[in-house]
Design a protein around this ligand. Structure first.
Ligand code: IPE
Ligand code: IPE
Ligand code: MG
Length: 241
């Protein structure tokens, strides 16, 4: 285990629950969407900081399967914001070596947005400097349920036996099948819960809950958290030596 700690100074994969946009706007007497726009602007700085601090994969929670419960105005505003984000950032992401992926259920999303997501994934697929995954209409339970459904279908079709269903096989049916598990999950805004984010994948992740509201989260704070991760001892169920 000591060897593991020494080798893993930087987390390879950091997942972030970007929370607190609404409260940030409220504190300024502005509508919630103002906070979401400010929050979207932080993403660029955080992604750019990754190579220098040794983070290869960064996954951000942009919209959960439960966020449809918000007002129609907020949901529609967020959906427009996602389109605008892709339009504005696509070229920069491409030029900066960022490989972009989306996880979550696309069925409920507007077809224009889905086309933009597909195009961004295709155009950046060859990039390898940083892997940015955006969780959009994502829920951990929904993802595992969809994976179970597809597995069941394979069994029904006779392409797979129920005996082949183990953790490794199930993971291949998850949206994240090409990604390593997150080593570190950060949540901003002071809430200490995971709100249905990467349930399966975070089984052994380290967690950091910070009070900063997402629109105030800086690359410096990100780097500090990542540095703190290097001092943690991960045991994965074994006894420390
Ligand atoms: C996170 O900020 C962004 C999304 C969930 C889309 P919130 O909108 O949840 O902000 P708070 O938690 O209300 O402050
Ligand atoms: C989690 O934040 C989802 C995203 C950051 C996209 P929420 O604000 O939706 O979570 P709860 O409702 O406080 O648990
Ligand atoms: Mg919130």
């Amino acid at each position: 285990m000591a060897k593991d700690v020494a080798e893993k100074q930087s987390p390879e994969h950091v997942a972030i629950i970007m929370d607190g946009n609404g409260r940030w706007a409220q504190q300024r007497g502005r509508p919630r969407l103002f906070g979401h726009h400010a929050g979207a602007k932080r993403v660029r700085e955080i992604v750019s900081a990754c190579p220098e601090i040794g983070v290869k994969y960064v996954t951000i929670f942009a919209f959960s399967t439960e966020n449809w419960k918000r007002t129609q105005t907020e949901v529609a505003g967020l959906m427009r914001l996602f389109q605008r984000y892709i339009q504005r950032e696509a070229q920069d992401l491409l030029d900066n070596g960022v490989c972009v992926r989306f996880i979550g259920d696309r069925v409920k999303l507007d077809s224009k947005l889905v086309t933009m997501m597909d195009n961004l994934e295709l155009s950046t697929a060859h990039n390898t400097r940083v892997h940015l995954t955006i969780a959009l209409n994502y829920g951990g339970r929904d993802e595992v349920t969809r994976a179970a459904q597809r597995l069941a279908y394979e069994v029904e079709q006779g392409r797979l036996s129920y005996k082949d269903v183990d953790a490794e096989t199930l993971a291949k049916f998850l949206d994240t099948h090409v990604l390593p598990d997150p080593d570190l999950v950060i949540r901003t805004s002071g809430e200490a819960r995971i709100s249905n984010f990467l349930l399966w994948q975070s089984a052994y992740a380290e967690y950091e809950f910070v009070d900063t509201l997402w629109p105030d989260f800086t690359a410096e704070e990100f780097a500090e958290i990542v540095a703190r991760f290097g001092t943690r001892e991960r045991r994965f169920g074994a006894v420390a030596v």
